[in-house]
Design a binder for this molecule. Structure first.
Ligand code: SF4
Length: 400
């Protein structure tokens, strides 16, 4: 018999991300229109972005409906009260040069992804990642580069609205050996100069470690080099560009080096759940946490012509993987202040909700401090400036 997840928001979040939702309310339909999913607040302040446009969502047992002033999610047997997360106001505004802010930035709860250039040179070479769901292949936008001023205006709107506290600067593959950090440098410096916010860089690993030192030295607070798939062969098949032009070993070396330079908990790597067997994702979790890297586990959303998901894939199968993650970060004492209030991925604090349901008392100490993470983030901000100065001085920009 299928498990019922309606009583636990964290399990429900995982099942909703996996199976999507059907919508019968015109307002919610309009709300979700044009975006990758609909942002919903489940009970216990559990934020989730639920796929609703992809074909697989048509078979979802979940439906969102309106009853009076209230929104409900039902699986046909039970109902849970939820609320729609308002779209950020900046989505409807433009830069002074006329670019919609939504072309430059997308908010996902506590963080906003800013893309200064929607280019990824893997597309030119036809070696793009087979799951790529970003807007990096948007036709006619290959040569678009937003100016520092346009990005600053965008960040200002995001912060003014308090849409997010962390700005992720995200770029695709470029031919340069530095992984794009020279390109990002003026953006990072300008954001850090004008705003009191945290900046994360989501990029492909540079060829040499001194570019990682440089990333830290110019002000990035966090870095993500996304391995995406731990299994060596699947990595080569699904990510041909990454495998051919960067290589799995370089990912690992770069993450290892970054974890020595950046503060605990600020170096992360995505492992996409559903693109490889769960056991392989679990091995990836062990490998990354051993190096002090935070594994972030988004769930793959199959779309037309990109039906790469391994089947069967159910919440019963993947919840143990999230529990494994929780135990691993706990074991390695990895600071999780950065990984919270995320709509697109399940956070460790949510996994704790699942474990508590099973009567587990593991990891309470970690999560006591985790709950204070707003304060933790602020403290990290102040300390990081000092640490940066010391670390960069000590490492002296030499490759290992
Ligand atoms: S690196 Fe891969 S996932 Fe990222 S933009 Fe390029 S093709 Fe897409």
């Amino acid at each position: 018999m299928k498990k019922n997840y309606m009583n636990n928001p964290a399990s429900l979040k995982i099942d909703l991300m996996l199976r999507g939702i059907r919508i019968d309310d015109p307002l919610v339909k309009a709300w979700a229109c044009g975006s990758s999913g609909v942002d919903i607040m489940l009970p216990r302040k559990t934020l989730v972005n639920i796929p609703c446009r992809e074909e697989f969502t048509r078979n979802s047992p979940y439906l969102i409906k309106k009853a009076g002033d209230q929104y409900l999610i039902t699986d046909g047997k039970a109902e849970v009260k939820v609320s729609l997360v308002p779209r950020p106001d900046f989505y409807a505004k433009k830069t002074t040069t006329g670019v919609p802010f939504s072309n430059i930035a997308v908010s996902h709860g506590s963080y906003t992804v800013v893309t200064p250039s929607p280019r990824c040179d893997f597309f030119n070479r036809k070696i793009e990642c087979k799951y790529c769901a970003g807007n990096f292949d948007a036709e006619g936008r290959e040569n678009v580069v937003y100016s520092v001023e346009e990005v600053l205006e965008t960040v200002e709107e995001v912060l003014k609205e308090k849409a997010s506290e962390i700005i992720y600067l995200s770029i695709g593959f470029s031919e340069s050996d530095d992984g794009g950090i020279e390109f990002l440098k003026p953006y990072i410096k300008a954001i850090k100069k004008h705003f009191h916010c945290l900046v994360a860089v989501e990029a492909l690993p540079p060829k040499k470690n001194h570019s990682i030192d440089e990333t830290y030295a110019i002000g990035a607070d966090s870095v993500l080099y996304n391995l995406e798939i731990f299994d060596k062969e699947l990595f080569e098949i699904i990510c041909p560009g990454r495998a051919e032009l960067i290589g799995r070993n370089r990912y690992i070396e770069a993450l290892k080096h970054a974890a020595k330079i950046f503060p605990n908990g600020t170096v992360a790597s995505h492992l996409i759940v559903g693109l490889e067997p769960p056991g392989s994702t679990a091995m990836g979790i062990d490998f990354l946490t051993e190096m002090g890297v935070v594994p972030i586990l988004p769930i793959y959303r199959p779309s037309k012509n990109r039906a790469l998901r391994i089947e069967p894939l159910t919440a019963e199968i993947i919840i143990p993987v999230y529990k494994h993650l929780y135990k691993a970060v706990n074991r390695h004492k990895i600071n999780l202040a950065w990984v919270r209030d995320l709509s697109m991925v399940t956070t460790p604090v949510e996994v704790k909700m699942i474990m508590d349901e099973g009567g587990s008392k593991e990891g309470n100490s970690l999560f006591d401090s985790f709950y204070k993470s707003k304060l933790g983030l602020k403290t990290a901000w102040g300390l990081s400036t000092l640490r940066r100065k010391l670390r960069v001085k000590n490492t002296g920009h030499k490759d290992e």
